[in-house]
Design a protein around this ligand. Structure first.
Ligand SMILES: [Zn+2]
Length: 494
């Protein structure tokens, strides 16, 4: 069957998206558009985040922001433009970012003697300002972060995953001692992990990046990596130890307790709007999105299913139920659209991934019941109206647990321990992650990337939930002794 014929043939097509198994890429793009998360914009490479996507991003921001503040971090706001010369000061940094920079050469008709760049990240300008703010060890630590957007030119774009302008927080901290900076890097990595596991229902692997995959200018980079439903990896958050590289470049020094001069040890960290791509591609199915309940913009949708003569009455009943749920802290919407079939509404909210749907019909209401359906199940349940309210928190938790378990099982089933290069290549081709020993040599890593399009994702930490066993073995490609005391995760990535 041709791809088009297969699409037509598939029953899921009546709900409006290409099934994942037919074309994962089409599925993704259609879900993003039809669920009203984002749209293409007239600016090449940039997206417009629509209200449903924006509400999701706001929920993400709110949770993280509360936790940053609770751990004594302070937000600040830096300019979007950075003097070009700043980017040039840290050698690895400029090499890493130069090809992606947007440059501002002109203001009005006036050519600028020193151009600006649109910030690709803000280590440089923050370092510059810190140099002026920092005198003594008593001023430290600086625990700063800002929310905003950054600019990195992309040729091939994909909503949320790869856009020339994207949204994030960037954390920047400065410390008097290396161990304090490393503790910060680790604390943030663990916070990101907790956020993914407990709020987004995303299983992720905490680990350290190999030298090849480090952030430009970092001493060490840690990441959380998740597996999407096509077997590709998505780096979902990063936390970097920058050593004294940036503080030397920007003269961020201070007087120590012993009256000596030293450079600050700095960190930076981020989760970006890419995480929305991870939510879509980890939890979605052939009917569209499945929103993890704890972050979902709409947790419950109420559909009044009256006929013409009693529709407005059912809407009023829906509003009453919604008010009760709202009082319990539930994010709820009543679908009041008139002249739209119930079937259309069901499909629409399924596509948007709303975790729980409650149908309110006149006959049910007379007998004091409502019909409840979870997004992750085909079953409808008839429940006493009161139970639909009191049981809702547990229902949302159960959907969260179901999503996490499904994603974790998928990741485990699509990850293979491999010791020889033929199987290594074959498993990657089948859409698996491969766990193999690696010699740690950059040239060997590069050759693997050329042969397979896969890169090292990370070396899992000893206390990572998944894949953390220590062991010794030979590099799966070149046979040299393994360098990390454990297997490294390789995968193709977004
Ligand atoms: Zn090797």
């Amino acid at each position: 069957m041709t791809k088009d014929a297969e699409k037509k043939d598939n029953k899921a097509q009546q709900y409006g998206v290409t099934p994942q198994s037919v074309d994962f890429n089409d599925w993704y793009n259609e879900v993003v558009k039809k669920a009203d998360l984002a749209d293409n914009s007239p600016v090449a490479g940039a997206m417009v985040v629509r209200p449903y996507g924006s509400a999701l991003w706001e929920n993400i921001q709110r949770w993280l922001d509360d936790r940053f503040k609770a751990s004594d971090h302070e937000s600040l706001i830096f300019p979007t433009l950075i003097p070009m010369g700043f980017i040039m000061k840290e050698a690895d940094h400029v090499e890493g970012f130069a090809p992606e920079l947007f440059t501002v050469n002109k203001i009005g008709t006036e050519e600028l003697a020193e151009p600006y760049v649109m910030r690709p990240t803000s280590e440089t300008i923050i370092g510059h300002m810190w140099a002026g703010w920092l005198n003594s060890y008593r001023d430290l630590p600086f625990l700063h972060y800002q929310w905003g957007s950054v600019f990195r030119a992309e040729l091939r774009t994909k909503a949320f995953l790869r856009t020339s302008e994207f949204y994030w927080h960037e954390g920047h901290t400065a410390h008097a001692a290396e161990d304090e900076a490393l503790a910060e890097v680790r604390m943030i990595l663990d916070l990101y992990h907790e956020f993914c596991r407990d709020v987004l229902a995303l299983p992720v692997v905490r680990g350290e990046k190999t030298a090849t995959e480090r952030f430009a200018g970092a001493v060490s980079t840690f990441s959380i990596e998740g597996m999407m439903r096509d077997g590709k990896a998505l780096q979902s958050g990063t936390s970097h130890y920058l050593g004294q590289n940036f503080s030397r470049a920007f003269d961020v020094k201070f007087q120590t307790r012993e009256q000596k001069e030293d450079y600050a040890h700095t960190t930076s960290w981020a989760i970006s709007s890419r995480i929305i791509g991870a939510i879509i591609m980890t939890h979605g199915d052939d009917f569209g999105l499945i929103m993890p309940p704890r972050i979902a913009p709409v947790q419950v949708v109420i559909i009044p299913v009256g006929r013409k003569d009693n529709f407005s009455e059912m809407v009023a009943e829906g509003e009453k139920l919604a008010a009760e749920l709202r009082a319990g802290g539930v994010r709820v919407r009543v679908d009041k659209r008139d002249g739209v079939t119930n079937g259309f509404k069901y499909n629409d909210w399924e596509l948007k991934g709303v975790p729980v749907r409650i149908e309110l019909g006149p006959r049910d209401l007379e007998s004091g019941v409502v019909v409840v359906k979870n997004r992750n199940s085909d079953e409808k349940e008839t429940l006493p109206r009161a139970e639909a309210v009191s049981g809702l928190a547990a229902r949302l938790d159960a959907i969260h647990d179901w999503l996490y378990a499904r994603a974790a099982n998928f990741m485990l089933e699509h990850t293979t321990e491999v010791d020889d290069y033929e199987t290594f290549k074959q498993k990657l081709e089948e859409g698996h992650w491969v766990r193999a020993y690696h010699c740690g040599d950059a040239a060997c890593e590069k050759q693997i990337k050329e042969d397979t399009k896969a890169t090292t994702r990370n070396v899992p930490l000893d206390d990572a939930e998944f894949f953390n066993e220590r062991g010794e073995g030979q590099c799966a490609r070149c046979g040299q002794p393994g360098a990390y005391g454990k297997r490294v995760i390789f995968g193709r990535q977004y």
